[in-house]
Design a protein. Structure first.
Length: 396
């Protein structure tokens, strides 16, 4: 066992532009997306011998299609890294990419690794339909295909119906709980698009986004800077006839990948670079599955307590915007939080939410923003389907 816990540094972080469902990245396999960010990350640190990478951790929420067979290991091989570099794929649904970062950081902190890559990938466009095996051979009737793009499928009948509502209905329940109206949700969504568009216009994403060669996509595909309150107000509710959750105030379906380079002190010297940030603490918690949207609340509290920090200490807080209602529900439970530090460069409502990649995108965004600020405390957090919350504290 180690005699002390090692410091863990984020040396660099990259991501693809986030593509929309059926959009520019729909023709790219998820293992190729993962390989692209791994290859790009390594290329940006030429002093590091790739053979020194002890492990590659990748989050992936689906795993039912071309991302099967351990997509992390496939990324290593497709990226041209030495075959001696291993890879492991983890799944905590929407938190998978952040879970990969946490697991890689934990391995480094304990001395099991010195250099690691952590990231996530998802191609929701290419998620396959799956067919269950019949209970008996040669059935005469029709068989059902299940889409693996998003949400519940092949649900265990022992699960209470209250828990297995759709993700959108879960967002409606959060809106009910905190009395969050349609206009408030639409305004939050519009602000996300405006902040993301402004960040791109100011070049704030230029240092972390690595476009995929041969694909005509250089920025996030779902940003609608021309959206207006009137346009959002015209959209019909999706999950309840009299509901408040619409396509305009929900995160879209997306494709993309992200990756971070994590090291200890020895690994840092091998890179010859100054780190973006240092990882301080993390926490994961559970909540009633139908209230999954509020999952980050307890996780954030625990992670900050471990880091001996409070919400008042935050320089930047990247909170995943699965739904406007879900994000606003969390913010309602943090009344002292300065809204200016939350998603200052836009959130998933505009940028997109490729499930397995989003957590790594958030962690990388926090690290880059802390580096730009020169110092401070940052936080990345996500709600997770089936009722969990995940949070990571970084500092510079």
């Amino acid at each position: 066992m180690p005699t002390s816990i090692r410091d863990v540094y984020v040396v660099d972080a990259v991501r693809t532009p986030i593509g929309k469902f059926g959009g520019a990245l729909a023709g790219v396999r998820p293992d190729d997306l993962a390989a692209h960010v791994v290859r790009s990350l390594v290329a940006r640190t030429p002093d590091l011998d790739p053979a020194r990478i002890d492990d590659v951790y990748f989050g992936d929420a689906n795993g039912a299609g071309e991302d099967n067979r351990d997509v992390a290991r496939m990324a290593v091989l497709l990226a041209g890294l030495p075959v001696t570099v291993p890879g492991v794929t983890v799944n905590r649904l929407c938190g998978s990419g952040l879970e990969a970062v946490i697991q890689a950081a934990r391995a480094i902190a304990l001395g099991d690794a010195s250099v690691a890559i952590a990231g996530g990938v998802e191609s929701m466009s290419r998620a396959p339909w799956v067919l269950q095996k019949p209970e008996r051979a040669f059935p005469a009737g029709h068989q059902q295909l299940h889409s693996t793009t998003l949400g519940w499928r092949m649900t265990n009948p022992a699960m209470p119906a209250e828990w297995t509502v759709s993700l959108g209905e879960g967002a409606e329940l959060v809106a009910d709980k905190h009395k969050i109206g349609r206009a408030e949700q639409d305004a939050f969504a519009l602000a996300s698009h405006q902040k993301a568009a402004a960040a791109w216009a100011e070049g704030l994403y230029d240092g972390e986004v690595v476009p995929y060669a041969g694909v005509d996509l250089v920025r996030d595909e779902c940003i609608r800077e021309s959206s207006t309150p009137e346009a959002l107000a015209k959209l019909k509710p999706v999950f309840r006839p009299d509901g408040t959750v619409t396509a305009g105030n929900s995160s879209p379906l997306n494709d993309g990948a992200a990756a971070l380079l994590l090291v200890d002190e020895e690994g840092l010297r091998a890179t010859g670079r100054e780190p973006l940030a240092r990882i301080r603490a993390s926490a994961v918690t559970g909540i009633e599955p139908h209230l999954f949207g509020l999952g980050p609340v307890e996780a954030v509290g625990r992670a900050l307590a471990k880091a001996d920090r409070t919400l008042d200490d935050l320089t930047v807080f990247e909170l995943n915007e699965a739904f406007a209602a879900q994000s606003l529900g969390c913010l309602a439970e943090w009344p002292g939080l300065d809204p200016a530090v939350v998603n200052p460069r836009g959130g998933a409502l505009a940028i997109g939410h490729p499930l397995g990649a989003s957590g790594a995108r958030l962690a990388g965004a926090v690290a880059h923003q802390l580096a730009a600020a020169g110092s401070g405390t940052g936080l990345a957090a996500l709600c997770i389907g089936v009722g969990q919350g995940l949070a990571l504290v970084l500092e510079r």
